[in-house]
Design a protein around this ligand. Structure first.
Ligand code: SF4
Ligand code: SF4
Ligand code: SF4
Length: 321
């Protein structure tokens, strides 16, 4: 009997999700034993035309990591969607936009200005920007179009499952492949992680303490037994889905929210703001609240580090010229 076919792809990605698949170590051989890997740009020399030549639905499982930042990502997402029976948004960037979607606080014009004009290492006195089409010696060279707005994978194509994390932990990767291999995948739309919040899984001592000051992790020596948020360190646990094995907490670092919102939460950042406000102890005067807000260094990046594209905000408002 023919083995099922698996594809892996990276769009706007740092490569960490692909490395996480390799981090399964010898288990990668088990994956290769149960399935044929028919497309994996980071590891195998397949080309887009090999995928284009496949019948629709010929790929049984596609693990797609990375956000959609340009027209090439969008084109390959649509191609893989057509060719795949089961499409998985794999990793925080594909699920929620992830780190690349912090670019939604700016736009293409500002990013190009910074990258190609202002950056101190540039020598670009002509002010040349990348073009979608460039004519050279009678030939045309093409580059993908860089979008103004970073999108999540499900904002571009239908997705059956979500495997969160930056990157997804090895045990969740193996669980996903195992569920697929044994025909036990959950109902379509499921997030393959925990149904609890990270706080529900965290065994640190919680004393329902209020806070009156916010600290950055390097500014205090935190108690490794007590809740970090109750020590004044912003921890995204109350607004984050569990299932990561408390990777950061066990290293005495606060959660940054890479598993996305827990079930029933529409906007992870808003939920976190609400959680912090509920334990804030102060006179609640405008001055006091302003002081506390000032203590949050990079609030947008703190509350929407992984989820801006997927949030109610989605991006900074674009003003048309
Ligand atoms: S989710 Fe994290 S590890 Fe995966 S591509 Fe995005 S930034 Fe990299
Ligand atoms: S806020 Fe962080 S440290 Fe506190 S219980 Fe939740 S996950 Fe644990
Ligand atoms: S503790 Fe938070 S940021 Fe760290 S891996 Fe888990 S969900 Fe991601």
């Amino acid at each position: 009997m023919a083995k099922p076919k698996i594809a892996l792809y990276w769009a706007a990605s740092c490569g960490g999700c692909d490395v996480a698949v390799l981090d399964t170590n010898e288990k990668i051989l088990d994956i290769a034993n149960i399935a044929d890997i028919v497309f994996w740009p980071i590891a195998l020399d397949f080309k887009y035309h090999h995928v284009e030549a496949m019948d629709d639905g010929a790929i049984d499982l596609c693990l797609f990591n990375g956000a959609i930042r340009n027209s090439e990502h969008e084109k390959v997402a649509k191609l893989l969607r057509a060719k795949s029976k089961v499409m998985v948004a794999f990793g925080a960037c594909a699920c929620f936009g992830g780190i690349p979607a912090l670019g939604n606080f700016t736009n293409r014009a500002e990013i190009f200005e910074r990258a190609y004009i202002e950056a101190p290492s540039n020598a670009n006195s002509d002010g040349t920007f990348p073009q979608i089409v460039t004519k050279v010696n009678g030939h045309e060279l093409e580059l993908p179009e860089f979008f103004d707005t970073v999108l999540t994978l499900p904002q571009v194509v239908a997705v059956e499952y979500f495997v969160p994390g930056c990157p997804p932990p090895v045990d969740l990767i193996l669980k996903t492949v195992n569920l697929f291999a044994t025909g036990q995948l959950p109902p379509v739309g499921a997030v393959i992680a925990s149904e609890k919040t990270l706080c529900d899984e965290c065994e640190r001592v919680k004393e329902e303490k209020k806070i009156s000051k916010i600290w950055r992790p390097h500014e205090i020596i935190s108690d490794p037994e007590r809740c970090l948020l109750e020590q004044g360190i912003i921890c995204c646990g109350p607004a984050t889905r569990g299932g990561c094995g408390l990777r950061c907490i066990n290293a005495n670092m606060p959660c940054r929210g890479c598993f996305g919102p827990p079930p029933g939460v529409l906007d992870q950042g808003a939920k976190l703001v609400s959680a912090i406000a509920s334990i804030y102890e102060g006179d609640k005067s405008e001055e006091e609240i302003a002081r506390m807000v000032e203590e949050v260094v990079d609030p947008a990046g703190t509350f929407y580090r992984f989820g801006l594209a997927d949030s109610m905000l989605k991006r900074k408002r674009l003003v048309q010229a």
